[in-house]
Design a protein around this ligand. Structure first.
Ligand code: SER
Length: 596
């Protein structure tokens, strides 16, 4: 029986045998992308290349990429939804297009030499067309050439068969591949359109030909690209003939550890209990990968750190439902590190951080729970005087807002005392609170994914100037620790032990503006990573690089390994101003800067 690790290798082996170059997957924390908190798809790190930048490894690429999607977090616990998953990808950057892409997919899925899946259990969807793009007859014809019967091809609209990475960015029609998960063989005429629940999506081939610039404008990309994503866990699930991704070895060791800790059995018929097992298993795997990432974020109250905090806390809550008391997540987390050590050595390197941060966050949350329970007990005598035995939503919200006490636990405690919580009132207060806090992070979502509009490109070049200026003024210990660009500003994190003096800031600003006024040309060259280092180019710590990299040189001033894009001359940047310099974390400073 094929394992996840074997499928990952097999996929890469197949596509390298078809002239693709294996590139390494990237961090879960996107750089220079103001619009998402995590890498959500395999194509995400490739956006600049889909938009037209040359990729140093060529036109045919293949990789496996760790991804996180938390949009469906409420559905985690069913058979197929996960917050962390791996995507296997093959890419054509202006090379082959629909015909070859479909032929490759078909061969890999059905050839006895590769996955040997039963063609009778495969169906596909293709784009039905709209005002911008015609009906995708080319893909349909390619499928028919593979032997796909007419009635296994569902023609669907943009909701199903138009893939976009965000409100703006590269996009195009896609064709999706599904596998039959019903009993026996699928009946004649069945496809994703007729029986949506009985077909599980396993692979998506996107034909990226357009760039959405804004709501109204779709422009043709310089080249026709292919972006495909195969869900590793789902595909292994069908290859192993399992009903659920949780029954594959991506999860069985985690669940076994949880069974031991809780002295309860998974799959014994208690649906709610099984759901909790799955939620803890999913969340601990996700938290392990976030904390094990070279660019890990730590639990916090904002952005991706907040997502991590919620995931850990939800795992703790469901752990309690399984009857596990005290902090326990580091035990299944160690199992995740072991089983993923080969494809993701960073987990082993960061094992201590994973274990320590999980413990710290769990202990903090357990403390929160204790305080909340104590506060609830203090309220109880008063609550019991209420003749309707209803606890107001306002009071439940206060417990949540002041002590971080989760509503589900308030409800649990209330019901033990024979009370019901006015959930509607709570939800209303909660929604209002969410809207307020979302307004604060709105910034993050402005502009569309990897907005390579002119303004972002200018900020990107300014970031290189700033990086070099900081090294000039403060010394070579300065190294980039993070970078984030919106259409309004740049943010740059770098290693430096102390707050910067006023004079130092003024000098950095002066140097950047001096380089802008020299109107230096920016040039790009491709070379091996060793050559790049030998030439004095700055490469980032903790970043995974390909054997051949792009080096961007700004006049005689700066040289960095970087994916691009950049402006052609520094003169177009305008005037640079540092808005703020502050601490980011221990030993790391943060600068906000604007171009005016
Ligand atoms: N971008 C597509 C997806 O995420 C294919 O990789 O489904």
């Amino acid at each position: 029986m094929i394992t996840i690790h074997e499928l990952r290798r097999k996929y890469i082996e197949f596509f390298t045998s078809k002239g693709h170059v294996e590139i390494s997957g990237k961090s879960l924390i996107p750089e220079n992308d103001p619009t998402v908190l995590f890498t959500t798809a395999g194509m995400h790190p490739l956006v600049p290349y889909l938009l037209g930048e040359a990729h140093p490894a060529g036109r045919r690429l293949t990789d496996y990429q760790k991804c996180i999607r938390t949009g469906d977090i409420e559905e985690v616990g069913d058979e197929a939804h996960l917050t962390f998953f791996e995507m296997l990808g093959n890419w054509s950057l202006g090379g082959y297009f629909k015909d070859e892409s479909i032929a490759f997919s078909w061969e890999f899925l059905t050839s006895p030499k590769w996955l040997a899946l039963d063609p009778a259990k495969i169906s596909v969807t293709v784009f039905i067309g709209d005002d911008n793009t015609p009906r995708d007859e080319v893909s349909a014809a390619a499928w028919k050439r593979m032997g796909m019967p007419d009635d296994r091809i569902a023609w669907l609209g943009a909701d199903d068969n138009w893939w976009k990475v965000g409100p703006t960015g590269p996009c195009g029609a896609d064709t999706e591949i599904f596998y039959w998960v019903g009993e026996g063989l699928p009946p004649e005429g069945s496809n994703k359109g007729s029986d949506p629940k009985l077909w599980m999506e396993i692979w998506n081939n996107v034909f990226m030909e357009f760039n959405r610039v804004d709501e109204k404008t779709l422009v043709k990309l310089p080249a026709q690209n292919v972006d495909t994503g195969m869900g590793l866990e789902r595909t292994v699930c069908i290859l192993q003939g399992k009903k659920s991704v949780y029954d594959t070895e991506a999860f069985t060791p985690i669940i076994a550890a949880l069974e031991k800790l809780s002295s309860k059995s998974y799959g014994a018929g208690d649906h709610e209990l099984d759901r909790s097992f799955r939620i803890v298993a999913d969340h601990v795997r996700t938290a392990t990968f976030i904390l094990g990432d070279p660019k890990a974020v730590l639990p916090s109250n904002t952005g991706s750190g907040y997502v991590l905090r919620r995931i850990i806390r939800r795992a703790v809550r469901h752990g309690r439902k399984l009857g596990i008391e005290g902090s326990f997540l580091s035990i299944p987390a160690e199992g995740v590190v072991e089983s993923y050590a080969e494809p993701y050595p960073e987990l082993v390197e960061n094992r201590t951080r994973i274990v320590e941060e999980l413990r710290r966050e769990e202990d903090k949350f357990l403390e929160t729970l204790k305080t909340g329970e104590h506060e609830f007990e203090k309220m109880l005598p008063n609550l019991l005087r209420n003749p309707q035995k209803i606890m107001s939503g306002r009071l439940a919200f206060k417990l949540y807002d002041t002590y971080g006490f989760p509503i589900e636990l308030t409800e649990e405690l209330a019901s033990e005392g024979g009370l019901k919580v006015n959930r509607e009132e709570f939800d209303e207060a909660y929604k209002k609170h969410q809207e307020l806090s979302r307004a604060g992070s709105e910034q993050v979502f402005k502009g569309g994914l990897a907005d390579h509009s002119e303004i972002s490109t200018r900020y990107h070049t300014a970031t290189h100037l700033l990086h070099k200026a900081l090294r000039t003024v403060l010394g070579d210990h300065v190294a980039q620790r993070g970078s984030n660009i919106t259409t309004e500003r740049l943010r740059f994190d770098f290693s430096h032990p102390a707050p910067m003096a006023k004079e130092e800031l003024a000098e950095v600003e002066r140097i950047v503006n001096e380089q802008i006024s020299r109107d230096l040309p920016i040039t790009m060259a491709m070379m091996s990573l060793e050559e790049a280092r030998a030439s004095g180019a700055i490469a980032l710590f903790g970043e995974k690089y390909e054997p051949v990299v792009k080096v961007y040189t700004i006049g005689d001033f700066s040289k960095e390994v970087c994916g691009g894009p950049h402006v052609a001359n520094t003169g177009s940047l305008g005037k640079f101003r540092i808005q703020k310099e502050q601490s980011s974390s221990a030993g790391v400073r943060r600068i906000y800067g604007v171009l005016e």
